[in-house]
Structure formats: structure tokens, C-alpha cells
Write a protein that binds this ligand. Structure first.
Ligand code: SF4
Ligand code: SF4
Length: 121
């Protein structure tokens, strides 16, 4: 499968995971998040506004998916947001939903200088 080596700032031109999954968390995590970005889900869980719907799209996401994005509450984002890592299963599932090339994680410690160029396979 065609894939692309993940680069440090790949998320800034993606945002797919913020516009694909329901982003829920234990309600207490939402205390620090401006309340218009949070909606109650159950008695003990909340989620990011806009993510509990078929076409999930977090209300805190700014910009355009696949072009340029940013999280307006980045430093306050929930543990659920922090769990998704570039090139992991969730990441690539979201990217697939937006027809974006999957990312491939590489161990940079094992690369020589010459291997450091972005590789497409
Ligand atoms: S889907 Fe992956 S690359 Fe895109 S923003 Fe989320 S973690 Fe970053
Ligand atoms: S809070 Fe930020 S990181 Fe989390 S889903 Fe929304 S835009 Fe993405």
C-alpha cells in the first residue's frame, strides 16, 4: 500500500482524527475546557461539541481538514485527543476516511543520514 513517512508537523495539514471520531472523556476533564466546546454524553462522560454525530467534527478544530488546521484549545485538550498518535491505527483510519495517504512510523534512531529522506513505498 502507498504510504508516507510521518513528519513532525503532519497534523498541521491533516486534522482528520478531529473530524471523524466521537471524542469523549471523563466529565471532569472538561472542567478546564470552555463550556461551549463540551457537551454532556452520559452521567459521567462528556464529549467535544460536534463529535457525537454521524459526521463528527470537533467544534474546537480550526481550518480545513487536509489543508491547514489547528486546535483552538490545544493546551487544554483531553486525554482522548492526546492518545491519538501520528501513524497509529486510529490516525490512519481517520486519514483513510478523508482519502489521505496513510502515515508510516519509522524509527529515526536507526536511520543514517542518507536514509533520512522521506520515503514512499
Ligand atoms: S489523523 Fe493522524 S496525522 Fe491527522 S491530525 Fe490526527 S494524528 Fe495527526
Ligand atoms: S479538542 Fe482539539 S485535538 Fe481534540 S478533537 Fe478537538 S480539535 Fe482535535
Amino acid at each position: 500500500m502507498l504510504s508516507q513517512v510521518s513528519v513532525q508537523d503532519a497534523c498541521l495539514s491533516c486534522g482528520a482524527c478531529c473530524a471523524h471520531f466521537r471524542v469523549s472523556f471523563y466529565w471532569a476533564e472538561g472542567i478546564d475546557i470552555p463550556e461551549h466546546y463540551v457537551e454532556p454524553l452520559t452521567a459521567v462522560y462528556s464529549c467535544m461539541q460536534g463529535t457525537n454525530q454521524t459526521q463528527a467534527y470537533c467544534s474546537a478544530l480550526e481550518g480545513k481538514v487536509g489543508e491547514q488546521v489547528s486546535c483552538s484549545i490545544y493546551s487544554m485538550r483531553s486525554s482522548t485527543c492526546r492518545e491519538v498518535q501520528m501513524a497509529d491505527e486510529q490516525c490512519n483510519k481517520a486519514r483513510h476516511a478523508y482519502q489521505m495517504i496513510p502515515l508510516m512510523q519509522i524509527d529515526t534512531a536507526q536511520l543514517s543520514h542518507e536514509d533520512g529522506f522521506a520515503q514512499i513505498s
